[in-house]
Design a protein. Structure first.
Lengths: 360, 360, 360
C-alpha cells in the first residue's frame, strides 16, 4: 500500500506543508523512521527529531511552531495524536478487510460441527464433533477446537490455539498463538501410599465477549462448574489461570502472572507482570497489584494498591523496602547502642554507688 | 447423556427422596447448579444451598436432617463425598470409552514408525521415523513425536504436544496441550570475543509412568544422559524443567515454577507456584517449597518447609516477614534511641565530672 | 551408528589402551554410562568412576595415572575435555547431515511464498503469502510462517513455532518448539467507562543472526517500529519479551524471565531465571541480573550486578538479606534497649536530682 501526503491530509481534514506528493508506505515512531514512513509528533519533547528525521510525512499539531527547517512533509491537524490513532484505526479496518476468509484445505471439520458464514478456518485446523464456529470467526492454521466447543461471532484465534472440549469463547474475543483453553485443573487426591489420584476435571472455561488473551497462556477448565474470564478482560502472554478462577470485567493482567484455583478477581483490577495470587480468595474491584507481588489473602476494600511478597499496602511496602536496604547500618547501630547502653549502665551503677556512699 | 435419579441411586446403592424420575444431564457444584445438575453436599456449611438450589438431584449423607423443604430430588448414601467421587470415576471411564480411536487423516506417520493397537492418532499429527506408539496411546491433533521417541501404553498427549527425538513417555502419562518435551538444554560456552557457542544437547528426556504434565510446559533434554520425571510426579502448567534435572516420584510442582539445570528433587516433595530452584543442588524427600520461593542451596533434611527468596525455614521467614512490615517504626525507634543515648551519655559525663569534683 | 575405539582414537589423534575393538553407540556422562557408552574424564574428582564404569570407551588425559585396573578401553589424548567437545561437534555435524530435507506433504505453501534451495518444510507447516524461506532453512512440522515473514539462511524452527506476519528471523537462528514470535503487544487505551480499546500493534519483530530462543516463549511485535533481538543473543524457555523491547548482542536470558515494553537491554548482559524488568528503562552493557530479581529502574553503569526486588547492588542485597533473617532478634534487641534506656533515664534523673540537692 502507498498513499500520498495529500491523500492522508484529505482523510484527516489536515493541511500539507512541503511536498504534497510525498509517498508513505508504512508508519513508524519518529525516532525509528525511514524513507516512506508516516510519523506523528504530539509530545514537544520529540520535536527535535522532526529536524533530522528521514520520515516522508509527519503529522503535527496546528499549534507547532517550527524552530528550524524540515525536509519531510508536514500535515497539520488540530490533534496529531488523535489523528494518528484514527489513522491506525482505519489502517486496522483495512487490514481486517484483507483478512483471510474461507476454509483452507487440508483442514479437519467433523460432520457434526456447525460452521457459520463468512468464517476463516486455516489449513491444518481441527474442528471436532458438535463444535460451533459462529459467523465471522477466524481460526488461524494449526488450531484445535474440541468437541462441543463454541467460538463466538468475529472471534479470532491465532495459529496453534487449542480450545478443549465444551469451552466457550465469546464474540470479538482475540486469542493469540499457542494459548491453551480448557486443559485440566491441577487436582489430585493424595493416597495413603503418598501417590496421587487424578480428580476428574469435568467443568469447562467460558471466555466472555471482547476479551483478549496473549500467546502461550494456559487457562484450566473447572473441576466442576466454570472457569470464567469476564467481558472485556485483557490478559497478556504466558499467564496461568487455574481451575474455577473468575477474572472480572475489564480487568487487565500483565504477562507471566498466575492465579491459583477458585480465586475470584473483581472488575477493573490491574495485575502487574509475574504476580501471583493464591487460591480461594477474593480480590475487590479496582484493586491494583504490582508486578512480582504475591497476594496471600483476600482484598476486601476496592481501590487497594498492593505490592511485595506477601503483598500489603503499596506505600507501606515502599517504606519497608527503602529501610531494607539500610538493614546493615541499622544492625550496626543496634550493636553500637547495646555497647553504649551497657557502658552507661555500668557508669550509672558506679555513680549510684558513689552517691549512696556520699549520702550515706 | 441423561440419567434418572433412580438410575444413579441404583448405581450407588442409595435411596431417592422426592421425584425419582428427575433427570440429570451433568454435574455441578451446589452453588452453581442449574436445572439438570447433579450435586452433592458433604460439608454441613453448604447445607443452606440445598434449600435454594436449582439442581435436579443432590447426593446427601444418610445422617443429614433437613431443616426446610427441598425442591430437588435427594439421593441418600452413607458418604456423599465418596459416592460423588465414585460417580466421577465412572463418568470418567464412560468418557474414556467414548474417547476417539483410530488414525485420522491427514496425518503423517513415517514408514519406520511402530504403531500399537487401539491407539488414537489425530489429524495433523506427525510421527517421525522409528517412533513407537504403544497400545492404547492417544495423540490428539497437531502433535509431534520426533525420531525414535516412544509413547507408552495408554499415554495421552493432548493437542499440539511436541516430543523431540529420542524422548520416552511412560505408560498412562498425560501431557496437556502445547507442552514441549526434549527441547535443547540452555548450554553455551562463552567465547573470548563475548559471543557464545552452542554446546550440543545430545541427551534425552524420560517421563516415567503415571506422570501428568500441564499445558505449555518446557522440559529440556539433557546435555548428556537424561532429564527424568519420575513415576507419578504431577506438574502443573507453564513449568520449566532444565537439562539433567530429576524430579522424584510422586512429587507435585505447581504452575510457573522453574527448576534449573542438574538439580535433583526428591520424592513426595511439594513445590508451590512460581517457585524457582537453582541448578546443581539436591532437594531431600518430602520437602515443601512455598509459592514464589527461591531455593538457592541444597535441602538435606527431609520434611523441611521453605519459604522466601532466598528461601529458608518457613516459620522463621514468616517471623521476619512480619517484622519487615514494621521496619519504618523500628528504624524510628533506633533513631530515637540514638538521640536518647547521646543525651544520657552527656548527662552521665556531667554527673561523673560533678561527682569527681564533689569527691575530689 | 557404531564406532570402534580405534576409529575414535584415529579421529582424535589419540592412543587406545585396552580392547581397541570396543564398540560405542552413544555418549554419556561417566556416572550414567552403560555398555556402549563413550565418556570422558577431565576433572580428577570424577576419576573414581573410571574404575567402576560400564562405559565401553573413556577419553582421558595423557597425564592420567591409573591407580587401579580398568575394564573399559581408554583413549589417551592431550586434553580429554577438548577432544570430547570436538567429538560432539563432529557428532552434531553428522546429525546435521542427517537432518530432514525437502518439503513434506501435506503442507500449505502460498503461491506467492518464496522458497529457497535445500530447505526442510515439514508436514502441516503453513507458509503464508509473500513469506520468504531462505536457503537451507529448516521448518519442522506444524509451524506457521505468516504473511511476508522471512526465515533466514540455515535458520531452524522446531515443531509448532509460530512467526506472525512481517517478522524477520535471521541466519542460523534456532527457535524451539511452541515459541510465538510477533503476537500483539499488550496495548490498550482506557476508556471513560473503564473498558479498554485495543491499540493496533502494527510493528514487527526482528531476530538477528545467530540468536537461539527456547521453547514456548512469547515475543511481542512492536506497537510501531520493531522489537529486536540482536545478533547472538540466547533466550531460554518460557520468556516474555514485550513490544518494542531491544535485547542487545550476545545477551543471555534464563528461563521464565520477562522484559516489559520498550526496555532496551545492552550487550553481553546476563539475566537470571524468573527475573523481571519493568518497561521503558535501559540496562547498560555487561549488566548481570540475578535470578528472580525485579529491576525497576535504569542501570547506567556497565558491569553492574543486581539482585532482589526491587533490585539493587548484589553485595548490598546479600548483606540486607542476611540481616533479614535476624529481624526477630534485632526487633527484640530494640525492645530491650528501649526498656533499658527508659530505666537509665529514670536513674539519671534521680542521680541528677540528688546531685543537685547535694550541691545545692
Amino acid at each position: 500500500m502507498q498513499f500520498s501526503a495529500t491523500q492522508i491530509a484529505n482523510l484527516l481534514g489536515g493541511k500539507t506543508e512541503g511536498n504534497a506528493d510525498a509517498k508513505v508506505t508504512g508508519v513508524a515512531k519518529i525516532e525509528e523512521a525511514v524513507g516512506g514512513s508516516l510519523c506523528f509528533i504530539s509530545n514537544p519533547k520529540y520535536e527535535e527529531y522532526l529536524y533530522h528525521t528521514k520520515a516522508s510525512v509527519v503529522l503535527v499539531n496546528n499549534s507547532l511552531k517550527l524552530s528550524k527547517n524540515v525536509s519531510c512533509t508536514l500535515i497539520r491537524v488540530p490533534d496529531a495524536y488523535a489523528s494518528f490513532a484514527s489513522l491506525l484505526q482505519k489502517y486496522n479496518e483495512l487490514i481486517a478487510n484483507q483478512a483471510p476468509k474461507g476454509i483452507e484445505q487440508p483442514s479437519f471439520i467433523a460432520a457434526s460441527a456447525q460452521i457459520g458464514n463468512d468464517v476463516y478456518i486455516g489449513a491444518f485446523c481441527y474442528i471436532a464433533d458438535d463444535a460451533v464456529i459462529e459467523d465471522g470467526a477466524s481460526i488461524y492454521p494449526n488450531s484445535f477446537v474440541g468437541k462441543g466447543a463454541r467460538i463466538g461471532k468475529n472471534a479470532k484465534l491465532f495459529a496453534g490455539v487449542k480450545i478443549y472440549e465444551s469451552c466457550k469463547v465469546g464474540q470479538n474475543v482475540i486469542i493469540h498463538a499457542g494459548t491453551v483453553v480448557g486443559c485440566d485443573g491441577f487436582g489430585f487426591a493424595p493416597q495413603p501410599d503418598g501417590s496421587y489420584q487424578k480428580i476428574p476435571q469435568i467443568g469447562n472455561v467460558v471466555i466472555e465477549d471482547d476479551v483478549e488473551i496473549g500467546a502461550n497462556c494456559a487457562i484450566d477448565r473447572a473441576t466442576m462448574g466454570t472457569t470464567i474470564i469476564r467481558k472485556g478482560a485483557k490478559l497478556d502472554n504466558l499467564i496461568q489461570i487455574a481451575h474455577n478462577v473468575e477474572v472480572g470485567q475489564h480487568t487487565v493482567i500483565a504477562a507471566q502472572s498466575g492465579i491459583a484455583g477458585s480465586t475470584k478477581i473483581g472488575r477493573y483490577c490491574m495485575v502487574g507482570g509475574q504476580a501471583g495470587i493464591i487460591g480461594h480468595i477474593q480480590i475487590a474491584d479496582h484493586t491494583n497489584i504490582n508486578a512480582q507481588s504475591g497476594v496471600a489473602k483476600s482484598v476486601l476494600e476496592p481501590h487497594t494498591v498492593l505490592n511485595g511478597t506477601p503483598a500489603f499496602d503499596y506505600k507501606s511496602v515502599l517504606k519497608s523496602q527503602a529501610i531494607f536496604r539500610h538493614l546493615p547500618e541499622i544492625n550496626n547501630k543496634v550493636k553500637d547502642l547495646e555497647k553504649t547502653v551497657a557502658l552507661l549502665t555500668q557508669q550509672i551503677a558506679t555513680l549510684t554507688k558513689a552517691a549512696t556512699n556520699t549520702n550515706g
